[in-house]
Design a protein around this ligand. Structure first.
Ligand SMILES: NC(=O)c1ccc[n+]([C@@H]2O[C@H](COP(=O)([O-])OP(=O)(O)OC[C@H]3O[C@@H](n4cnc5c(N)ncnc54)[C@H](OP(=O)(O)O)[C@@H]3O)[C@@H](O)[C@H]2O)c1
Length: 282
């Protein structure tokens, strides 16, 4: 039995990592501001969160463009507290050493003898997560809006990410490398909207926009800086670089990652589009 500190423990992946660890018989310290008062920007909150932990699941502080600055003191505190293993949630486009989370990636092996960096593609959950612009766009306007120009992305279920994380946090072997995690198939957002429409019967469509138009559109829902970042991320997909499918989920868990259709079937009752939206004809 290992005690694992899970950051962002009420969030999309953290909640599932915590659940998966508990199911495997391990103890979890759930860390976030709402869960326990753990705050990346309050170093005095670190010691209580780290008490007894031998492994940590790290989700960088949301919205911080350079999280290495605030995470470095925590990594040092974790090492001093006896943490041997860390699993960092990064993202598929974030190469080691790249600005943002890529810089945290580079730091991890300096602090922990056992580690992994997870680099998932875009989450399937984005179309339902209450505050994500994809979900907001569907809910408010009845349309899935991107600037991806018909390119595909191998969307992944956060449940698969969490299972990989849990196994790597407490397993006998630590990979000491980064893993690009993808779903089983690359889909265009036309296809993503089509699957949701097919499974739910809702008249959902995908609408492609230019980057400036998307930025302006997203600015209705999120702060301008976030809208700019999200629109830029879509342009990464538009290059075609996110079409790859890796075997990493299967290698770690022993099973194939979940398909988008199967995930939508499991959540079908949670989708809704407004009546009378401009996209209601099918
Ligand atoms: N969505 C995608 O498609 C995608 C794809 C690849 C990678 N990612 C990466 O995934 C990460 C987000 O992971 P997620 O979706 O599992 O998390 P999430 O659902 O966005 O949850 C983030 C959590 O962080 C906590 N938090 C925010 N500020 C904090 C602070 N100052 N101190 C302590 N906790 C704080 C919040 O809880 P409290 O309010 O309780 O503190 C919140 O629940 C991001 O780094 C993103 O780059 C996302």
């Amino acid at each position: 039995m290992t005690r694992v500190l899970v950051t962002a423990a009420l969030g999309t992946t953290g909640s599932l990592v915590a659940e998966s660890l508990r199911t495997r018989g391990h103890e979890v310290t759930a860390a976030s501001r709402r869960a326990t008062g753990f705050d990346w920007y309050q170093p005095e909150s670190f010691a209580a969160a780290l008490a007894g932990a031998r492994a940590v699941y790290l989700v960088p502080p949301a919205g911080d463009p350079e999280p290495a600055e605030v995470m470095t003191p925590f990594l040092a505190a974790a090492r001093s507290a006896g943490v041997r293993r860390a699993v960092l949630l990064s993202a598929s486009p974030a190469a080691p050493g790249a600005p943002g989370v890529g810089r945290v990636h580079r730091l991890i092996p300096d602090y922990f003898p056992e580690w992994a960096v997870l680099r998932p593609t875009w989450f399937m959950q984005n179309v339902l997560t209450a505050t994500h612009p994809h979900a907001v766009s569907i809910r408010e306007d009845g349309v899935l809006t991107t600037s991806t120009d018909g390119a595909s992305v191998a969307l992944i279920d956060a449940g698969d990410i969490a299972e990989v994380a849990a196994i790597l946090l407490v397993g006998d072997v630590s990979p000491n490398t980064d893993l690009v995690l993808t779903g089983p198939e690359a889909l265009t957002y036309d296809e993503v909207a089509g699957v949701i429409a097919d499974v739910t019967g809702l008249p959902l469509r995908h609408r492609n926009m230019s980057r400036p138009d998307l930025q302006a559109y997203l600015g209705r829902f999120v702060p301008a800086a976030v809208a700019e970042r999200l629109a830029a991320l879509d342009r990464i997909i538009a290059t075609g670089s996110q079409e790859r499918v890796t075997g990493a989920v299967r290698d770690v868990t022993g099973h194939k990652p979940r398909t988008f259709r199967s995930w939508v079937v499991g959540r079908r009752g949670e989708f809704a589009v407004p009546a009378g939206s401009a996209f209601t004809e099918r």
